[in-house]
Each structure stands twice: as C-alpha cells, then as structure tokens.
Design a protein around this ligand. Structure first.
Ligand SMILES: C[S@@+](CC[C@H](N)C(=O)[O-])C[C@H]1O[C@@H](n2cnc3c(N)ncnc32)[C@H](O)[C@@H]1O
Length: 236
C-alpha cells in the first residue's frame, strides 16, 4: 500500500526538477521499478535490441538513468555506458549497485554536454513525463546530433505516462508514440520499429518501444505502415 502511495506521489509531481530528493526515495523507487514495473525485462530487451543494431563495445547514453536498471543490462552486454540523471541520490545508488559506472548529473531539458557524433546509442526509460514541451524537442534533436551515422535511439513510451505527460505539460507535449515518432522523423531519424511490449501486469509495464536510426536518407512512413508497425505486440 505504501508503495502504491509513493508511486501516486511521484506521478503527481509536476516540477521536472523535483524528483527523488532523498536516498530513501531512491531506494523505494528501485524496489518499485523492479517489483511492479518489471523494468529489468524491458532493460534486457533494450540491451538486446542495441546489440543487434550497433557494434559491440559501442558507447550508449542512458538518459534519466535513475538507479541504473537499464545501465546494468547494457553493461552486461559489454557496452560502454554514460548514465545521466538529475537526482544525485539516484546516481549514488546506481554507483553502489554498479561499481565503476560512469555517471553525470544533468537535466534532460537542457543540452546534454557530450561531443556531437560521439555515441552509437541513446535511450531514455521513464523520463518522458519529466520533459517539458521545449525540453522534449531539444532532447530528440540533441540525440540526433550526438549519434554517429547509423546510431540508434530507443525510446519507450509507457501507457501509464501518456496521460500524466499531457496533464503536466499540456496538450502540446508529445506523449503518444505516434506523436514522438513523427517528430523523430522530422529531426531526420528513420523509425525501424514501434512495437508494443507487455512486460508485466500494470499499465506502467506496457509500453510502445520506438527504435529509430540516424540515416543519411531516412524513409518516411505512410500512415498505414505506421499503424502496421505499432500493432506488433510482444510479451517479453
Ligand atoms: C521513472 S525514473 C526511471 C529511471 C530509470 N531510467 C529506470 O528505468 O529505472 C525517472 C528518472 O528520471 C529522472 N529525472 C527526472 N527529471 C529529470 C530531468 N529533468 N533530467 C534528468 N533526469 C530526470 C529521475 O531522477 C528518475 O531517476
């Protein structure tokens, strides 16, 4: 019951800079993500997808990395990972769980300070609702600049995040996967996949996974193609 109340409290926070403000909150989040969101399954799926699409040992940015559930799966596949998050408490726990991890304190709504064309992969998991309307566009555009040619951007959109994102930031915030992938295409990405993944029972554990690639001549999808791809449902 206390877990559920904590989740409701986090979801209702509307200030993108006020999250996980104590060690205790970081620990509670970690337990919650593992137990109820089955986040590790999604993290493994993301790591496997990167493994199929980018060279071994490449560098990946895990944005809003939290306590490192995604970072851990990526490192287990021998990727170099740069994990950034706004919460020092989340990152303290991340380094405790994964000694030797590279962490940076940063705000997803501001430009990420890495060199252009320096990484092969970027992901964010569970941070869409913390992005402002401008921050989200900046993040997607910046992801395009940071990626090397053929680099991969993986962006899950959780069912449970769609309405809280619109509620917090207004209707202009891109919360549905079709809105986000359309904007990615506008930035120059080609969408390789938009599958619906079910990895647990709650809405927070069902997501549409957008897999996008930085290509020189990206193909634009028709509406029919977009619909067909998103009807690809997988239980992981
Ligand atoms: C729901 S958690 C997801 C954490 C992790 N990606 C996972 O899958 O377990 C969201 C994370 O976003 C971080 N966050 C919130 N606002 C942020 C911001 N403006 N910039 C960077 N990180 C932010 C929080 O501190 C938290 O760790």
């Amino acid at each position: 019951m206390r877990d559920i109340l904590n989740l409701m409290r986090w979801n209702s926070q509307d200030n993108s800079k006020k999250t996980f403000e104590s060690q205790k909150e970081a620990e509670d989040y970690h337990k919650f993500a593992k137990k109820y969101f089955r986040r590790e399954k999604l993290a493994d799926y993301i790591a496997k997808t990167f493994q199929e699409l980018i060279p071994p040992g490449s560098t990946i940015i895990d944005s809003a990395a939290g306590t490192g559930i995604v970072t851990k799966s990526l490192m287990a596949k021998n990727f170099e990972v740069i994990s950034f998050d706004i919460s020092p408490y989340q990152l303290d726990l991340l380094r405790h769980i994964i000694p030797g991890a590279t962490t940076i304190i940063g705000d997803i709504n501001s430009p990420i300070s890495c060199r252009n064309e320096s990484v092969n992969g970027i992901t964010q998991v569970g941070a869409n609702r913390f992005m402002t309307v401008e921050g989200q566009e900046l993040f997607i555009n910046r992801a395009f600049s940071l990626l090397k040619k053929e680099g991969i951007f993986i962006y899950p959109v959780f069912l449970g995040e769609i309405f809280s994102s619109k509620h917090k930031h207004g209707l202009k915030q891109k919360a549905f996967s079709f809105e986000i992938s359309k904007f990615m295409e506008k930035c120059g990405f080609e969408i390789l996949e938009t599958s619906t993944l079910i990895h647990g029972v709650a809405g927070g554990a069902t997501c549409t996974l957008i897999v996008a690639q930085k290509k020189s001549n990206p193909k634009q999808r028709s509406f029919g193609e977009m619909l067909k791809k998103s009807l690809n449902i997988k239980i992981i």
